[in-house]
Write a protein that binds this ligand. Structure first.
Ligand SMILES: Cc1cc2nc3c(=O)[nH]c(=O)nc-3n(C[C@H](O)[C@H](O)[C@H](O)COP(=O)(O)OP(=O)(O)OC[C@H]3O[C@@H](n4cnc5c(N)ncnc54)[C@H](O)[C@@H]3O)c2cc1C
Length: 416
């Protein structure tokens, strides 16, 4: 049955939901509070990451989190704040930092990532979508044996799960990427990963949807969801009211505040990250995570992106120069001779990752309402998981059997 659907949020998750809902024949309207040209879905590293099988909530992370609170220059930073939502999130995060949770999540994360990668590859064959997608894998590049050992544990798990990964020497890296040298001890090369250029894919999705008759309202902030019993009847924006049969909430880091008045507590924190785009040639052709500095490097269409840091400091887009400097410094540490230009530094941008406490996304309905579907909390994998999330949401709303089991992504799950 064709339905009238409102998707709130036009990031990669909202646009992917809109795309697959449209494919199912539904009438889709997207509402976004911004001009839809900024934020996490534009500044990300563009990685498709089957390699990221270990969730953020893992043993040892709770202790690290406490240490990070005291060091505002670490790649991860939690700004100490007296905030009830942060305390609740922190408790749930700590409960999730167990081996049991990691073991349970490995296969779940692999499967949804591989499913999404397949969908990306399918999308790349469509004549109506023209975007950058490259299968050069991802290097986890290390300068110390400590980082090498840390990644070796992940690599073994990945291999056991059938993911293609191999350890390579600096010489091999040099052969694969001849126009730049790296100061590293070695790297794990996750051949299973891929990369893309986010802004072009976002632009392509928007143009496709508009051409196909979907409605996109930019600068339309949803201020409330109007309910009657167990149904959301309409969506109130700062300009007008939109009625629909089904509502999809894909509002990223902003979701908790939007849903709280409906009696839904979706634990989420914003994890700010930065990106620097170098338009001068760098010689970098292989995506790499500079392990000790947690900086992601991506050769995109026409520029090289350096991104990183995870700053849990509320919803704001303030730029902390200390963090920008740390990314710039890491670039020259791993690629000797590479100096990011002043213009690149001045044009730094940031975005907010929607962090769930256990590192898994929320995908599916909530029992308070018959016609509300939630799709958020993708943390560091939202770009990778866009298409899979969109497809799963379209299946839920079209009352089809879902391609993957959604239990691990339940919106009302327990933590720990
Ligand atoms: C530096 C960095 C690097 C990253 N690298 C990767 C990577 O390599 N691979 C990967 O998979 N992921 C990566 N991520 C994570 C990924 O970018 C995010 O998980 C993903 O973009 C989240 O998408 P989203 O659509 O949920 O949220 P957003 O992109 O934040 O979109 C949410 C949208 O909702 C809108 N909105 C919010 N509230 C309202 C409201 N009340 N009314 C109307 N509209 C509203 C916002 O304006 C926004 O446009 C990275 C993130 C960062 C910051």
């Amino acid at each position: 049955m064709q339905k009238k659907i409102i998707v709130v949020g036009g990031g990669i998750i909202g646009l992917s939901c809109a795309f697959y809902l449209h494919q199912e024949g539904h009438h889709v309207t997207i509402l976004d509070q911004s001009a839809m040209n900024q934020g996490a879905s534009y500044v990300n590293a563009g990685y498709l990451t089957p390699s990221h099988i270990v969730p953020l909530a893992a043993p040892g992370m709770a202790t690290k989190g406490l240490k990070w609170m005291l060091d505002s220059s670490s790649p991860f930073y939690i700004q100490p704040r007296l905030n009830l939502d942060l305390l609740d999130w922190g408790m749930k995060f700590m409960r999730s930092c167990s081996q049991k949770h990691v073991n349970r999540s490995l296969k779940v994360i692999r499967d949804i990532n591989l499913f999404s990668k397949e969908l990306y590859q399918d999308l790349a064959t469509l004549p109506t979508l023209d975007f950058h997608l490259e299968d050069r894998g991802l290097l986890m590049a290390f300068q110390t044996t400590a980082a090498e050992k840390e990644e070796e544990i992940v690599m073994r798990k990945a291999k056991k799960l059938g993911l293609a990964v191999e350890k390579i020497s600096p010489k091999k890296v040099q052969e694969l990427q001849p126009d730049v040298s790296m100061d590293i001890v070695g790297a794990y090369w996750y051949r299973c990963d891929a990369h893309s250029t986010p802004a072009t894919f976002m632009q392509q999705l928007k143009s496709y949807l508009v051409k196909e008759g979907a409605k996109i309202h930019q600068n339309a902030k949803v201020t409330s969801l109007i309910k009657k019993g167990k149904t959301i009847q309409a969506v109130q924006t700062d300009q007008s009211v939109f009625s629909a049969d089904e509502i999809v909430i894909a509002t990223g880091a902003w979701t908790q505040k939007l849903l709280q008045p409906l009696g839904i507590n979706l634990p989420l924190q914003a994890g700010k990250g930065y990106r620097l785009d170098e338009t001068q040639p760098t010689g970098i052709t292989l995506p790499a995570i500079l392990m000790e500095r947690k900086v992601a490097v991506t050769p995109m269409q026409g520029f090289t992106r350096f991104s990183g840091t995870m700053e849990i400091a509320g919803i704001n887009h303030n730029i902390r120069q200390k963090r920008v400097d740390a990314i710039v410094h890491a670039a020259s540490q791993y690629y000797p001779g590479l100096k990011l230009s002043q213009l690149t530094k001045e044009k730094v941008k940031c975005g907010l990752r929607p962090l769930s406490p256990d590192g898994l996304p929320f995908i599916g309905r909530h029992s308070n309402f018959f016609n509300l579907t939630i799709a958020t909390g993708h943390a560091m994998m939202g770009w990778s998981l866009g298409p899979a999330t969109g497809k799963l949401v379209a299946e839920v709303i079209s009352n089809q059997k879902t391609s993957l089991d959604l239990t691990a992504f339940a919106t009302e799950r327990r933590y720990g």
